[in-house]
Write a protein that binds this ligand. Structure first.
Ligand code: ADP
Length: 279
């Protein structure tokens, strides 16, 4: 009798193990599929700027060959050189972003926590981006509505989040204002909201803007070489790493507000990172 119940118990354990194994198998298959999909997305993204760089270089070469026979040709035009440079820079940005994401996914991002004044971080980003906003004729302003004087965070990662959100706000706004607002919240939290009067994002696209390589179709033509579709994917992961939350409210042709909420003191423990492969 004793032996029989022992065997039954082991059989039950075996059953449980089998179903766990089936689940792991499913998860692995999903991961392999996601990696393959992401790899083909990346290859596709690399192809566009590379094709353009190769195309222009061929054009320059042909112009130079012609130049050897006909002296007057204006070789190569400044605009074309600028185009090649823009595509080259876009490519570099894409590669840097992909590396950043894969470092995050591999769990290799360690937080460097320090006590700082949140204004110092935000001010340095504002200083860096103000000339970019001015060059487009936009107003970039800030309102520290009882912003916390001291927070414990990783200043570089926080700076990266804010830089990405403000530069997006400037990039996707043609006229008007980019308004940044810093608040203290109850329960030892604080928030930063970046509101623009720009192109806006439709409700269907709002759920996808944090996906890697996603770009809103209507926005792309004017900014394509600089756009990687990875900025917000990185922001979402950094916000998670900094134990915060991100929210988007937007209306097409009216504007967008990205709000990030963080605890005033984050703990050093690395939050668990999902097993989603990005490359
Ligand atoms: P990138 O800007 O490099 O394309 P992001 O991941 O930062 O990549 O953004 C994804 C897409 O979301 C952008 O291509 C753009 O279409 C849209 N987007 C991001 N920020 C804004 C904004 N403030 N206003 C309107 N559209 C935005």
């Amino acid at each position: 009798q004793c032996f029989k119940s022992y065997v039954e118990e082991r059989l039950r354990e075996l059953d449980q193990l089998q179903s766990q194994l089936a689940l792991t198998n499913q998860e692995l298959t999903r991961l392999v599929r996601t990696s393959q999909e992401n790899l083909s997305l990346l290859a596709h993204e690399l192809k566009t700027p590379l094709n353009s760089i190769i195309g222009y270089s061929e054009l320059f070469l042909r112009q130079q060959q012609r130049q050897q026979f006909e002296v007057k040709d204006n070789f190569p035009s400044i605009e074309n050189i600028e185009r090649v440079l823009r595509h080259g820079r876009g490519l570099l940005r894409l590669i840097n972003n992909v590396l950043e994401l894969s470092r995050y996914e591999a769990g290799n991002m360690q937080l460097q926590l320090t006590e700082i004044d949140v204004r110092l971080v935000v001010n340095s980003v504002m200083e860096m981006l103000e000339p970019v906003a001015l060059a487009k004729g936009l107003i970039l302003d800030i309102d520290y509505d009882a912003a916390p004087a001291k927070i414990a965070t990783d200043p570089l990662r926080l700076q990266q989040v804010i830089t990405n959100l403000i530069s997006n706000a400037i990039r996707y706004t043609d006229t008007g204002t980019v308004h940044v607002q810093c608040h203290s919240l109850p329960d030892q939290h604080w928030s930063i909201a970046i509101a623009d009067t720009g192109l806006g994002i439709s409700s269907e696209d709002q759920v996808r803007v944090f996906d890697p390589y996603f770009r809103v179709n209507d926005h792309s033509p004017s900014v394509l070489p600089e756009s990687t579709g990875l900025g917000l994917a990185i922001v979402a992961r950094l916000v998670q790493l900094l134990q915060g939350q991100i929210q988007l409210v937007s209306e097409l042709h009216v504007g967008s507000t990205f709000t990030v909420v963080f605890p005033q003191h984050i703990s050093a423990a690395n939050p668990s990172i999902g097993l989603t492969s990005l490359v």
